[in-house]
Design a protein. Sequence first.
Length: 206
Amino acid sequence: VSEFFYTAINSILYQRGIYQPETFKRESKYGLTVLTSTDDGLLSYLKQIMSQMSTWLLEGNVQRLVVVVTGIDSGETLERWQFNVCVENKDDEAGFGKGDENLPQNSSASRKPTDQKKSIREIHNEIQAIIRQVTASVTFLPLLNEPCSFDLLVYTDKSAVVPTKWQESDPRYIMNSQEVKLRSFTTTVHKIDSMVTYKEADEWEL
């Protein structure tokens, strides 16, 4: 799951032009050719986030990962790529609700146990579908007409131990937004649901 998040984040940053295309390299993952960053600063940041995410995932504490795209000039949230993490065989809705969320760089989820075991090939096929949707997002998402930055929000259960360097954040919701639900995938431990919310084009200054 951590590797999927890493790949998905890189795909979003490339497809939405957050980083220059020449700072990405081609790699083969999940039977697809994907693009991953070669930017040292970004790699260091993602390594730190993914390391902590892996710990929380093993503990069953991750609820949601959100990639927030913000306009540098306007300061507005333009896109929210949300990945909900459902943990199997956990007490019903344990640690849920807004009062139970920690928002560092941050996380949150929904949970529906699935009993069916799946092959690696089946899981990879489902991941392929999500990555392809991210790639195809340029066909329906409005053009980002200003330089943009991104943040990662990880929603966790209240019981999660949060590193001191992490900070709480507001949800960075988008007013008057449109939402597109993307594919999901399941492993023997997690179910990942994904969606993208974006600011309507007619709300932007053209």
